[in-house]
Design a protein around this ligand. Structure first.
Ligand SMILES: [Zn+2]
Ligand SMILES: [Zn+2]
Length: 299
């Protein structure tokens, strides 16, 4: 279990304009481990029907797989997340499903020059004849796009928006936020608003301007989950490092040897998406089949 410290500032009390914008996010707290197909995981083995073909990238097309041009045979997708409803019931599971699987092609793809994700929603009990071995990743794939196997420890925290806050509300709270920072040292954007790391629900940790996908039905999609490069983006982030991890952080520095536990706490899956970027997945909450889209950004 991992515990994000309570907000040092009661945001909804001090900044009541933000109350309507509070959302619950589920931090997944990935840690290197040996998950089974029956567990929620990051980069772990997927519960997969033996008679269902493993997905391969439908590229190359356009400028996909540019660095491999002309690309070789289709590349197998790799497991990114597997989430059971028992662990994350907040996900918008379509009727009759209780398992979400996220895979991606690890090669850089247009339009964001990032891995390209694919979702599967399943009913776990339907899968009686299981695939025994997932295919190995393409040997040319960037190792930092292949999440290493992690177990998960979901934790709920309250978030408030940064880039997604309407300008009119920003205008109302700007002075108070500056005062909080001056009085307490806590920074709204970095410490009080959007949680770092891989998570479901809540707000995307946009680095650039928000760019919410719209479903074909006309509805703005909801943030389904974020796959983050790191669990916290600065070395010594004050808020988003779990209390349980803080003793192991002692003596951390950017020059620390790679055996220092800080590295594995911050980057459990061994990933680097662009420049410490994140891939944000969105799904339509209205359409029963949950059409999805994704965005990638980084600094
Ligand atoms: Zn591809
Ligand atoms: Zn829709």
């Amino acid at each position: 279990m991992y515990t994000t410290p309570a907000s040092p500032v009661d945001v909804a009390a001090v900044l009541p304009q933000l109350g309507p914008f509070a959302r619950t996010t589920v931090r997944l707290h990935p840690r290197q481990g040996s998950p089974t197909v029956e567990q929620s995981s990051m980069g772990g083995p997927l519960l997969w029907p033996a008679d269902e073909p493993w997905p391969t990238c439908d590229g190359p097309q356009g400028d996909d797989h540019l660095d491999e041009w002309p690309a070789e045979a289709e590349a197998p997708l790799v497991p990114v997340l597997q989430l059971y409803a028992a662990d994350v019931p907040e996900l918008p599971f379509p009727a009759g499903t209780d398992l979400l699987q996220v895979l991606w092609c690890p090669f850089d793809h247009a339009p964001f020059s990032s891995p390209r994700p694919l979702l599967r929603w399943r009913q776990a009990a339907d899968i009686t004849d299981r695939l025994a071995h997932m295919p190995d990743p393409d040997g040319e794939a960037d190792p930092e796009h292949l999440p290493q196997a992690c177990v998960l420890a979901p934790e709920r925290v309250t978030e408030y928006p940064t880039h997604d806050l309407p300008e009119g509300v920003w205008a109302q709270i700007r002075d108070a936020v500056a005062q909080i920072r001056q009085d307490t040292g806590w920074d709204y954007d970095a410490d009080l608003a959007v949680a770092s790391g891989t998570k479901t629900g809540g707000y995307p940790g946009w680095t650039q301007s928000p760019d919410w996908p719209v479903c074909g039905c006309g509805s703005r999609m909801e943030h389904l989950l974020t796959v983050a490069s790191w669990e916290f983006s600065r070395g010594d982030e004050k808020r988003w490092i779990a209390l349980e991890d803080r003793p192991a952080m002692t003596g951390w520095s950017w020059d620390a040897p790679d055996t220092h536990p800080w590295w594995a706490i911050r980057n459990p899956a061994g990933m680097m998406l662009g420049d410490v970027g994140g891939i944000y997945l969105f799904a339509c909450a209205v359409c029963p089949s949950r059409p999805f889209d994704y965005r990638f950004d980084c600094s």
